[in-house]
Design a protein around this ligand. Structure first.
Ligand SMILES: NC(=O)N[C@@H](CC(=O)O)C(=O)O
Length: 425
């Protein structure tokens, strides 16, 4: 069985046909033929997207999301590989749990699931988890994170950074100094005072990033900074990279678009960790992504059932879904503004996250001999976001009613269509 994608603009540039046979790209050229034809006129072809930061909630919170529904949402968003965060119930801190999550991803076949292992047992921040056993398991874990919680103990963080060097792993830090953010609800600034919500100072994020880049330098290890959100964080990462420190960083689509003025509504749909920041921070993270200080966009897709979001602000859960809107937000904030080309989008949403997470078969160029992980995207489409129109089990999108540019038309995972004509297969 062969499939030919006809007339796609490869990385938004040259028009060509792509022939897929046996899950691999076997020809790129003109007038190619195959058993199946997918018309891609006017569509952009990008390598399948890779999300380094997804919450799939299975095991334990299957009311919010499962590996099946989360990877279906991923496919609809153009992703062919997602890294599943460890804050499940039980926590993914053993080889058994990470293998279960990895296997479920393979069985369902909507996206490859690379489990992230917890850094500390139960995310409790006291004892290192069995990092080596998770690395050696069938899931071959390379990314470790206590995301949702910060590895705040400097000695534990140092040991974790040292330990993962043995198997080329990386510690993905959720940078949040716990004492500085006790009870914090929103970005600290004049607005938190006005709204009477406990402030979450930028320094709580920046102090941990500053400490961790120095620790990474000291022990010669690899550090990844999750969802950075402030101007100061961008400046620290820029400084660290200029010193040759092996640090990478991510920004979420919501921190590229939304700011803390939305909290005036007291609508917990905008409650997220780290919090939405100021307009100046939004500009800074866009600049950081454009100039390569920030390496990747990662969704931090954080599904929550409505009862955990439709309540008063203080009681609501932190988090928003984002897999199905990520590419549109990146188009709106970075491509339509001239800050990134589509080729650079392929880097920040596919090649770079795959490289950081050592997902060796993903993030590859669209080239002959490479696995056929492909997304076809219509940048001219417009859609109004309707929360019920999601494959996710949760509907906590902050974009309800917003018109966003672009639409994923098709996604291929190793040549197999997971989405065609915008519909799950
Ligand atoms: N990003 C979020 O707002 N929520 C995340 C974890 C977290 O608190 O970071 C979640 O798991 O819901």
């Amino acid at each position: 069985m062969s499939t030919v994608i006809k007339g796609a603009r490869i990385l938004g540039d040259e028009v060509a046909d792509i022939l897929i046979e046996g899950g691999v790209i076997t020809q790129i050229g003109t007038d190619l033929n195959g058993d199946e034809t997918v018309d891609a006129e006017g569509l952009i072809a990008l390598p399948g997207l890779v999300d380094l930061h997804t919450h799939l909630r299975e095991p334990g919170r299957e009311d919010a999301e499962t590996v099946l529904t989360g990877t279906q949402a991923a496919a609809r968003g153009g992703f062919t590989c997602v890294f599943a965060m460890a804050n499940t119930e039980p926590v993914a801190d053993t080889a058994g749990v990470v293998e279960q999550v990895w296997r479920l991803g393979r069985e369902h076949g909507y996206a490859d699931v690379q489990p992230i292992g917890a850094v500390t047992v139960g995310l409790a921040g006291e004892h290192l988890a069995e990092l080596g056993a998770m690395a050696d398991s069938a899931a071959q874990v390379r990314v470790f994170s206590d995301d949702g919680k910060c590895v705040s103990d400097a000695v534990l963080m140092r040991r974790a950074l040292e330990y993962v060097k043995a198997f080329d792993g990386v510690i993905a830090q959720h940078a949040q100094e716990p004492r500085l953010t006790e009870g914090a609800q929103m970005n600290e600034g004049p607005l938190s005072g006005e709204l009477g919500l406990t402030g979450w100072p930028a320094v709580a994020e920046e102090a941990i990033i500053a400490r961790d880049v120095l620790l990474a330098e000291h022990v010669g290890s690899r550090l990844h900074v999750c969802h950075l959100s402030t101007r100061g964080s961008v400046e620290i990462v820029r400084w660290a990279k200029s010193r040759g420190i092996d640090v990478t960083a991510e920004v979420t689509p919501h921190h590229l678009l939304l700011d803390d003025e939305l909290v005036r509504s007291y609508d917990p749909i905008y409650k997220v960790n780290p919090p939405l920041r100021s307009k100046d921070d939004v500009l800074a993270v866009r600049e950081g992504l454009a100039d390569g200080t920030i390496d990747i966009v990662a969704t931090d897709h954080a599904p929550h059932p409505m009862e955990d979001k439709e309540c008063e602000w203080q009681a609501a859960a932190f988090g928003m879904i984002g897999l199905e809107t990520a590419l549109s937000i990146v188009q709106q904030t970075m491509v339509d503004t001239g800050a990134l080309t589509w080729a650079r989008v392929a880097e920040v949403m596919s090649a770079n996250p795959a490289r950081i997470g050592r997902a060796t078969t993903h993030g590859r160029p669209l080239a002959v001999g490479e696995p056929a992980h492909v997304v076809l995207y219509d940048p001219t489409a417009k859609r109004t976001i309707e929360p019920a129109d999601t494959a996710s089990l949760s509907r906590n999108t902050p974009y309800a009613g917003r018109e966003l540019p672009g639409r994923v038309v098709a996604t291929f995972l190793a040549g197999k269509p997971t989405v065609l004509e915008g519909k799950l297969q």
